[in-house]
Design a protein around this ligand. Structure first.
Ligand code: AMP
Length: 284
């Protein structure tokens, strides 16, 4: 596995090996601090593509809080091991200045609910930064396929829209959400949780699976969501931002329960911001 740190060097390497001509190229964009969630994306890419590039960049333009950007874990050596074991061929780890070609900045995008509800509303400018960095990565790497996790469900919708408009030849592949043995959605931020925080964080995935169980047992989805939301709002150490049913194509807060495909949650748990979601099969 090769580690490349500049866009110029990456293009040089691609040209030298005729990569973009002879090989199908899979890209897995990440911010590092890799875990089994990222590894599953790399494994999927490696099954479907000849060559897998994993990008690692803590992208400054998608952080709306400087503390969060500064506290984001950076673990390059361990990342290289995880990426290699999962089937990565090239790690592309540029500086933000290299990738953006100067001071990192992001243009404001308004694509309605998908950019402005839920994550877009709670983290103003977040999706502008995501769109900017993924657009830059697609431009430099020109992959055939790019792999994203359903853990960041709204991000998948935003990236799909961006690809449709700006990179119609790149296929966006959405991969399943990976949890630990207790049900906690894997996240690079989990390492910032104390033992107490970890226990509290588990309440998020419990609340999501409770909704699914209760609707299967006959409770209406709206009642199940309202009940679970109230319980989380009353839980110590959990500062709930949202707990809602959504349609994963529209992310409109006005969608009716019969349009919902997922339940999404975001909360600060002991000061660490976590998101999770679950697909729903039974609606009513
Ligand atoms: P990040 O490094 O957090 O920006 O994530 C990079 C990619 O990994 C994104 O497409 C995420 O959705 C995906 N990802 C992160 N955590 C998980 C997880 N637990 N399961 C599946 N995909 C994940």
């Amino acid at each position: 596995m090769k580690i490349i740190r500049t866009s110029v060097e990456l293009n040089h390497w691609f040209n030298e090996h005729n990569i973009q001509i002879n090989k199908s190229l899979g890209l897995v964009p990440t911010m590092g601090a890799l875990h089994q969630g990222h590894a599953s994306l790399i494994e999927n890419a490696s099954k479907e593509c000849d060559l897998v590039v994993v990008s690692i960049l803590v992208n400054p333009t998608q952080f709306n809080a400087k503390d969060d950007l500064d506290a984001y874990p950076r673990t390059m050596d361990a990342d290289a091991e995880i990426a290699k074991a999962a089937g990565c061929n090239v790690i592309f780890a540029p500086t933000a200045e290299d990738l953006y070609g100067g001071k990192p900045k992001a243009e404001h995008m308004d694509w309605g609910s998908i950019t402005h509800s839920f994550e877009g509303k709670c983290r103003p400018g977040h999706f502008d930064g995501v769109i900017a960095v993924v657009d830059k990565l697609f431009g430099v790497i020109k992959p055939n396929k790019a792999y994203f996790g359903a853990k960041d469900l709204q991000q998948v919708a935003v990236v799909q829209k961006m690809a449709q408009i700006r990179h119609p030849n790149i296929e966006i592949v959405s991969c399943g959400l990976i949890r630990d043995s207790k049900g906690l959605a894997l996240s690079s931020r989990n390492i910032r949780l104390t033992n107490q925080g970890l226990k509290r964080a588990l309440k998020l995935s419990f609340a999501l699976s409770n909704v699914v169980e209760n609707t299967s047992a006959g409770t209406s989805i709206k009642t199940a969501v309202d009940t679970a939301r109230k319980e989380l709002q009353e839980s110590e150490g959990i500062d709930l931002e949202y707990f809602n049913g959504v349609n994963c194509q529209t992310f409109s807060p006005d969608d009716e329960p019969f349009d919902w495909s997922h339940i999404v949650v975001a909360a600060n748990v002991d000061g660490v911001r976590l998101i999770d979601n679950i697909e729903i099969e039974v609606v009513g």
